[in-house]
Design a binder for this molecule. Sequence first.
Ligand code: ARG
Ligand code: ZN
Length: 870
Amino acid sequence: MSSSTKPVVKFRKNYKPSPYLIKNTELIFQLFEDHVLVSASLNIESNPKSAESVNLPPMELDGVALELLEISIDDKELSDSDYQLKQDLLIIQPTTAQFNLQTLCKIYPQKNTSLEGLYTSGGKFCTQCEAEGFRKITYYLDRPEIMSAFSVRIEGDQQKYPLLLSNGNPASRGDLTDGRHFVEWHDPFPKPCYLFALVAGDLDCLEDEFTTMNGRKVKLELFVDKGKLDQCQFAMDSLKASMRWDEEKFGREYDLDLYMVVAVSDFNMGAMENKGLNIFNTKYVLANEKTATDADFEGVERVIAHEYFHNWTGNRVTCRDWFQLSLKEGLTVFRDQKFSEDMQSKPVQRIDQVKIIRSAQFAEDSGPMAHPIRPDSYIEMNNFYTVTVYNKGAEVINMMHTLLGEAGFRKGMDLYFERHDGQAVTCEDFVRAMEEANDVDWTQFRNWYSQAGTPLVNVKLTQLGAGQFHLDCEQSCPPTPEQQSKSPFMIPIKTGFLDAAGNSLKFKVEQGDWTDEALLILTENKQSFKIECDAEQIIPSLLRDFSAPIKLAYEYSLTQLATQFASDPNSFNRWDAGQNLMSRLLLSNSPTLSATDKEIVEQAFSAILHDEQLDNALKALAVQLPSLNSLIGQSDKVDLDQLFNKSNQLKQHLAKSLEPVWFSIYNTLAGDNAGARWLRNVALSYLLIASEAQYFELAANQITHATNMTDELAALQVIAKSKNGFESEYVEQFYQKWQNEDLVLDKWFSAQVLNEQDNVIDYIRSSLLEHEKFSIGNPNKVHSVISTFSANNLVQFHHASGAGYALLADLVIQLNQINPQIAGRLATQFNQWKKLDSNRQTLIKSQLSKIISIDALSNDVFEVVDKSLK
Ligand code: ARG
Ligand code: ZN
């Protein structure tokens, strides 16, 4: 570590209320071509809730990379001895319990490549303040519990920046001298500074209106780069659908007269819920049939909804401190998931959600960065915007929903809003509202907030007598870096039983009523449930709909799994049985697959593909192998070469043995809806596996004549993956056609990095990273090339030469200074290394050691790599 400050670990247990509050915040931004002047006037009061021993302790304001030009208190300029400037802090000594602090700072947004604070993207100014970016704008108490009423004045060149936007409602506007103008904004809702936003530029706008449940009219404005208006309608429709849904499902109405969304190309994450002025990655706004795939449309709908839902879960009720992040993120992801389930197919959505948990979240939980959904410590908060906090956090809320039922959950939400509207609160406050509204005791349930790691539940079924069974469950949770031993979790296991032919059976649990589905609630380390069921042989259908974020082990026979795959009435478990079946074969110790193994899967697939009741999207999901990531994510140790080998064998076998079926699907299915397009494109990819020579024409034809991006991209993907992918004229034509459509180019980059031939790494280095359209400063580009390669081309990323690891490490090092947040994120791609063979472990370890020894290592990268090396 050679950066100027030693990384400091912050602990949840050390939380103390701020000794000062900021009641009002007035900001003036003067925008210039190579800098910005920010003047701040803060009405400060000592905090009655703070238990400081001294009456008026020194006040420490956060500030990073600010040039302080002026400072005064109550209009009296301070002399040098009245304040101290330390690394990232301004310290003053208040003499009264209420005062006004004024500062003037100079900042350089045009040079800000971290994309945090105020920066520029494509000629416009924009901001990203969550988590701790506001301190790069002005000196402030940059913590979420400080809620302040903001008034903002922006001044800038009239021609370059006709639009000057901030949160709330516009209050006044006018002209200044030198071709400049100003706009003033006032936000009536006190808010933490992480929700502050500013945008200045020249943009096109799609306008609309929404009438709330109480008849109030809200103006909706969606701002995009000039010329992109034809890619906005879907996002606008999604916004209106989300607003309606939140009224209908949760009784939540929008509260301002104006809701603005701005799309920018350079953005670290998906989007940001700034009050009244969301800022989005263009990826989650721009979409029409020509440029966006069916999956992209779903992404837009989901993220638009997510940010909108934050207005209540995040903005009206916010987090007391950043350890509580899951309070808003887990809950808001849960809400966007329920919304998507209502808008799209419910089982398909559920399967997508679970795939993320099993690949990325299980991996995180079993790696060096494992943390509870409410972390106990962090060095760099940006490293904790994780699948654990977000997606496992949503699973924890989902368990509450399952335990309480729809009505009970709603009661809890209502009480939560009633108690905490306008406050900055904790996860504990949320759990308590749920508990008290429903009169339940969730002492044990809280372990989901405090313990990291993925619980494993082993289940055994024993027959006692005719129609009498015992279901024995045993839970355990492996140690994680900061927690050696775990207490048992409360685990809801939604369960049914099938007979040997796959029919649903009626059964009784303990003294309960006859039913065909029950929620078993596991609370002990070992627990046994008495089951009564009038059948000779029963197949348990466990953890339906993935009712808890756990691994469940039950010794099914392969035939039982095939039966479940063919006919479990629970669509999710039906899919899951197929995944389970294939995982068992792929992860077994045997170096190859037997002929019988391959046939079992083949027959199961064939049955699924011929099932006339099943919809196409579910078929498409069912006939895809479990991803290598989820297989690795679920294992403690993995023999990669054997795994790659067997999964290729299985794909080859399925491609060849079912060739006529794939061919007939491809030729007869009309690709006129998303599910059909999906299945048809899965068939295409199997056909090219069966014989590239024979079926290449299909792909070539498809890419030439496609009328939508879903089909065009699917064809590009198989072509770019093929033997001559790097020289293909079709890949070149795609580029020519789309070279001015940035988001489509991202897909073009990604398609190429998935080629599994040995020269792919050279090709990435010499052609893609050097390409005129590639930009290291643009996170979408870095993701399309580097993250896609290391997360999805595992065969080459893990190449025994170590070339894939070297590529990733080089990019981490290059980005360390440019954009530490993205660099930190990339570095997590090494986190599974301890599961691998010793040769690969050595190779990765040497890359990690190389990274940790560079100069000026950012906190972001340090935290990830240091933990990985421990
Ligand atoms: N709150 C945003 C969202 O989930 C994400 C902001 C992430 N910011 C960050 N610095 N990691 O919608
Ligand atoms: Zn969010």
